[in-house]
Design a protein around this ligand. Structure first.
Ligand SMILES: [Zn+2]
Length: 300
């Protein structure tokens, strides 16, 4: 399936998690952003049957709102939840995803070991999540214990896990059926050798992300006949160390991925970065923004 050959409109919006003031954000000036709350006329062009993918990354245990020097008071799961509920009410075909590192970053994680993050993501109605490196901060055993509580799908296609419970909980890919369409998601996670404790690294085996991505596209496209293929990536937008494989490399070397919803780099991509037929998205960190991808006219 090639998006460019289809009558398909894609709108991407980054919405600061400040429901009553985000229209003042500079991002509402972006060409993809003239939607919904900012313009009722344009909102009318987006039918309620549009598939909406709301995405976060690197929320880093920021459960409460906080003051950011550039954006003011932002974030917090209450705001995010309110926004998600409103979007789901307007657009019933809404899917919520996260691109990893929902753990670590505030005392909540140190005190409560990551359980509130999972519970709150359940409450917010997350559908699919890829693991980030910080999910492993307390080791594989602790992670498996937490993930057992998750009501959402957990994906990662380029790791083998020695911990049997973790290996059972994490799948390489998942498919969400929405409005008669099959949306295939697969997950990629960066090489964690340099970023987690050596004793935790013994519990995991890193596999080549390019080979893993190619395998996933083959399965999702040919076997599963998905209408849309989305990679949730915690590789990072660009290479951090020599030999790193990043989102741009995946987009360049593995054709057939429609979107890479990325994390780890804490980048606010004001417009999707287009590499070949793939569009790469990422929305900064700490839950300050929620990315909104609206797909309309995804026909056979
Ligand atoms: Zn990370």
């Amino acid at each position: 399936m090639k998006i460019k050959n289809k009558l398909l409109s894609i709108f991407c919006e980054r919405t600061a998690a400040r429901p009553f003031s985000f229209l003042l954000s500079p991002f509402c000036l972006l060409p993809f952003c003239l939607l919904a709350q900012s313009s009722p006329q344009i909102a009318n062009h987006i039918p309620q049957t549009a598939i909406v993918i709301l995405h976060t990354n690197d929320t880093h245990s920021h459960l409460e709102s906080y003051n950011d020097p550039n954006f003011g008071n932002v974030g917090g799961v209450v705001r995010r939840h309110t926004f998600i509920q409103e979007m789901r009410r307007q657009y019933p075909n809404t899917i919520i995803v996260d691109a990893g590192d929902f753990s670590q970053g505030t005392p909540y994680f140190n005190l409560f070991k990551g359980f509130p993050e999972i519970e709150l993501m359940n409450k917010m109605g997350y559908d699919v999540v890829v693991l980030g490196n910080h999910e492993f901060d307390n080791g594989s055993k602790a992670l498996a214990k937490r993930l057992k509580k998750a009501n959402f799908k957990i994906i990662c296609a380029n790791y083998q896990f020695k911990n049997k419970k973790l290996a059972r909980l994490v799948k390489p890919y998942t498919i969400i059926n929405v409005d008669g369409k099959k949306i295939g998601f697969f997950g990629l996670l960066r090489d964690m050798q340099q970023v987690i404790m050596p004793n935790h690294y013994q519990e995991v085996t890193f596999l080549d992300p390019i080979a893993a991505a190619q395998k996933m596209v083959d399965i999702l496209k040919n076997k599963e006949q998905c209408d849309l293929i989305i990679c949730l990536s915690h590789l990072g937008f660009r290479a951090e160390y020599e030999g790193d494989i990043a989102d741009k490399d995946i987009a360049e070397k593995v054709p057939g991925i429609d979107f890479i919803i990325g994390g780890h780099s804490h980048l606010l991509l004001e417009e999707p970065v287009v590499v070949g037929d793939t569009k790469i998205l990422q929305v900064w960190k700490n839950g300050a923004f929620v990315g909104k991808l609206m797909i309309n006219g995804l026909d056979d």
